[in-house]
Design a protein around this ligand. Structure first.
Ligand SMILES: Cc1ncc(COP(=O)(O)O)c(C=O)c1O
Length: 419
């Protein structure tokens, strides 16, 4: 056992106990693949502002925010008030609520290409719905997406992570417009939609080269396919989402995470014309239902989350992220570790290689990354096992400094060998 693992185990005995108990009832003791890591994941008992606390009473600065969704941290008072009110007045009913309309209005106001919204309960469902609409409108089956792209756990969209074509999915290379254009020229007649994350998340926070999204969107339209932008993560990057930053014009936008204020959520939006596919008054419309679609608790929390994510707060997080990226690089240099970081707005991904790799999920630095992740936890930093970090609006400049200091200690552990 390595010193890093020893240190982790020594501080997290109660989490270890709970991990053992969970293995008896959940495969591998977990219910979320991305949150799993060795030797066992933490059991968290409480979140408060920028912090979370584990079962052993350890405090962590939360730099992940439930994989980018808690953009205002944990138990944000205005969101707690909205959820409490919803709990008192009923959390779900099969009818419209004011909160639902208000959240839809906010999204239509903020996101340029969105005129109508349909709610669901996860980003995964938003992806399924987008496939459904595209297939219905085009009468075609195939989906084209980026290699190592991630749009949720729907099997037609999982080919991205696998890195090779699926039965109904083809892959091209993110950032290389010609690879998408070639497939759309050759097989365009069979392609229902092209899916892209404007900035790849799972593949390591990869921003698009200039003109890439525009070219792919145009090629999709020339082929008669829909252009779907997955803004499940990137809606936090600007009031109007990443499509406002990169000037992209999707037919459909997938949304999730921050629009639920911490509760389960998903949505797709698009022009009134495209979204008419869902209009129950129209003959042959898509039958899309869901017991918890647009429930008042999620929508009330989501409306607060979106409304309070002002451009000013976004700019503050961007500056903090830039500063933190610089500090992390300095710390790695001081400990003579190979290191790189890719940062886009309040998102970043760290790598223990001297150059950031291209979009991938197969990491050359897997061992060192795993060591750093565990060491970072032991020094009070909660990040994703793959090195993803996402800031929240409740992280102060002082906390950023503290994060840099703690990360430097974790790097010292990694440099000391870990083994
Ligand atoms: C870009 C992107 N799309 C879709 C999803 C799926 O969303 P959910 O986990 O809510 O199903 C995720 C989740 O991380 C994501 O990062």
């Amino acid at each position: 056992m390595s010193k890093i693992e020893d240190q982790y185990r020594a501080a997290t005995a109660k989490s270890a106990e709970m991990a053992k108990r969970s293995e008896r009832v959940m495969p591998g003791g977990d219910t979320r693949s991305s949150a799993h890591y060795r030797p066992y994941s933490l059991t968290v008992v409480r979140g408060e502002g920028p912090y979370i606390y584990d079962a052993d009473g350890n405090r962590y600065i939360d730099l992940l925010g439930n994989y980018t969704s808690l953009v205002h941290g944990h138990a944000y008072a205005p969101i707690v008030a909205a959820i409490t009110q919803a709990a008192k007045t009923g959390t779900a009913w099969p009818a419209r609520s004011e909160a639902q309309v208000a959240l839809a209005e906010l999204l239509c106001d903020r996101v340029g290409s969105v005129e109508r919204v349909r709610f669901c309960n996860s980003g995964t469902e938003a992806g399924m719905l987008a496939c459904h609409v595209a297939r219905r409108l085009t009468g075609r089956k195939l989906i084209l997406m980026a290699r190592y792209g991630y749009h949720g756990s729907y099997d037609d969209l999982e080919a991205g992570l696998a890195g090779h074509d699926g039965e109904r999915t083809m892959l091209a290379d993110f950032g290389e417009a010609t690879s998408f254009e070639a497939l759309l020229t050759e097989r365009g007649q069979e392609i229902a939609a092209v899916f892209l994350e404007p900035v790849m998340g799972s593949a390591g926070v990869v921003a698009p080269p200039s003109g890439f999204l525009e070219r792919v969107g145009e090629a999709a339209h020339r082929a008669g396919a829909l252009f779907v932008l997955d803004e499940v993560i990137t809606l936090r990057l600007a009031s109007g989402g990443a499509q406002a930053i990169f000037d992209a014009k999707p037919d459909l936008t997938m949304m999730g995470k921050i629009i639920g204020g911490g509760l389960p959520v998903g949505a797709i939006g698009g022009s009134a014309e495209v979204m008419r596919a869902f209009d129950p008054r129209a003959r042959g419309s898509i039958y899309h239902s869901g017991t918890f679609n647009g429930n008042p608790a999620t929508c009330a929390a989501g409306a607060v989350s979106v409304k309070e994510l002002t451009q000013e707060k976004i700019d503050k997080m961007d500056k903090q992220a830039q500063k933190l990226a610089g500090e992390l690089k300095r710390a790695a240099r001081a400990h003579e570790l190979p290191f790189s970081v890719r940062q886009c707005g309040s998102l970043m991904n760290v790598f223990f290689t001297s150059e950031a790799p291209p979009a991938t999920i197969n990491r050359e630095d897997a061992r060192m990354m795993a060591d750093f992740h565990l060491a970072a936890l032991s020094h009070g930093l909660f990040i994703a096992p793959r090195g993803l970090l996402a800031l929240s609006t409740v992280i102060t400049d002082e906390i950023v400094t503290e994060v840099a200091e703690r990360a430097a200690k974790a790097m010292a552990d990694v440099a000391a060998g870990g083994a």
